[in-house]
Design a protein around this ligand. Structure first.
Ligand SMILES: NC(=O)c1ccc[n+]([C@@H]2O[C@H](COP(=O)([O-])OP(=O)(O)OC[C@H]3O[C@@H](n4cnc5c(N)ncnc54)[C@H](OP(=O)(O)O)[C@@H]3O)[C@@H](O)[C@H]2O)c1
Length: 326
């Protein structure tokens, strides 16, 4: 039997609860393939799961996305072959590993123009940006869009993609270096939300115009301010909680703030069946090939340094994507 090196979690808690272990890897079951993983993506959701904010049955692996090469194909697999370069973003937790068996219908074959590293850093975050700008709100030329944590992984992709669709983009980030990154990612206006009253700073920057759509992944610290930055009949998209969950509000508050719409979407239902997943991925790969979507790799870690990767992300020290090389 093959073995794999994988990060395992036996108790929720701080980053040092993550242990690298050698585990048995059985032959791929019907419908599965065995992957040798070459690049693993880090996502903020991994922190929520490690801490037990989104509880998982323990012990567990962790990590949602990776790219690699198909080494062995199980029975009844038709659309993926040995030697294919592939990636996934929704095959259950356990991507922090050098080898893994994955259901073939969770895989997308990578086109030549998309490297393993790009796929592992862009698939989960890019598919998130894809539904946010193409489905949750179809961004149009002339829209004013506000993106929080604009220097982050999803944030940078969102800014670039919204810009590519013709929007004017305002982005928040913490500190001058991150503001520069947000500007490079296409923001027309940048606001440091760790300094003073960021809602006023947003109104000053846009000369009083409010956003058609606000993409809020920060939650607790920004959510109420986001309502004040949204134009009448505009949409607030609460899609993350990096600072903690957004507060409970009464529907009446949406009336008072300008008949606003509020949604709390997730990437997984947007990619629930294999045909939709692969069609959305094709749209993302097209945006990557056109150069509309990129995200610089802000930090690299080995699998053995996985706890350091978590600490870096949690301390807000990173910009762009974090890559884990098994
Ligand atoms: N709903 C969905 O479908 C979906 C899918 C994927 C990701 N997400 C969400 O999208 C967000 C971005 O994910 P990502 O992986 O690309 O991470 P990321 O943006 O690279 O990192 C999170 C960023 O949030 C900001 N932040 C604000 N307050 C924070 C706090 N108290 N602690 C830590 N960070 C704080 C930091 O930027 P500053 O230093 O500039 O504030 C930090 O860099 C996350 O909230 C994630 O949960 C949602």
């Amino acid at each position: 039997m093959m073995t794999a090196r994988a990060a395992r979690l036996h108790a929720f808690g701080e980053a040092d609860e993550l242990r690298i272990e050698t585990i048995d890897l059985p032959e791929p079951a019907p419908g599965e393939v065995a992957l040798r993983q070459t690049a693993v993506g880090f996502n903020f959701i991994d922190i929520y799961q490690r801490k037990g904010v989104y509880p998982l049955p323990l012990p567990t692996g962790l990590g949602f996305e990776a790219a690699g090469v198909v080494e062995q194909v199980g029975p009844d697999v038709r659309d993926v072959r040995t030697g294919d370069r592939v990636a996934y973003m929704n095959a259950g937790v356990g991507a922090y590993a050098d080898r893994r068996n994955v259901p073939a219908d969770k895989l997308v074959v990578l086109p030549d123009g998309v490297s393993d590293e790009a796929a592992a850093t862009l698939l989960f975050k890019g598919m998130t940006a894809q539904y946010l700008v193409r489905k949750t709100h179809k961004v149009k030329p002339g829209d004013l869009v506000l993106v929080h944590a604009a220097a982050g992984g999803v944030g940078q992709i969102l800014c670039r993609w919204a810009k590519d669709l013709g929007a004017e983009v305002a982005g928040t980030a913490g500190g001058p270096e991150k503001l520069a990154v947000a500007r490079d990612a296409g923001c027309d206006f940048v606001i440091d939300y760790r300094q003073g009253n960021w809602v006023e700073a947003f109104h000053e920057a846009t000369a009083g115009r409010k956003a058609r759509v606000v993409y809020d992944s920060v939650g607790k610290d920004t959510f109420l301010g986001s309502l004040d930055c949204t134009a009448p009949f505009g949409l607030v998209v609460s899609y993350g909680a990096a600072s903690g969950p957004a507060p409970d509000i009464s529907p009446e508050l949406l009336n008072k703030k300008g008949c606003l719409y509020l949604t709390r979407p997730s990437v997984f239902p947007h990619n629930a069946d294999v045909a939709t997943f692969r069609a959305n991925a094709a749209e993302l790969f097209d945006a990557i090939a056109r150069g509309a979507v990129t995200v610089p790799i802000g930090a690299r870690f080995t699998l053995d340094q996985i706890a350091d990767a978590h600490r870096a992300a949690e301390s807000r020290a990173t910009t762009g994507a974090i890559l884990i090389v098994p």
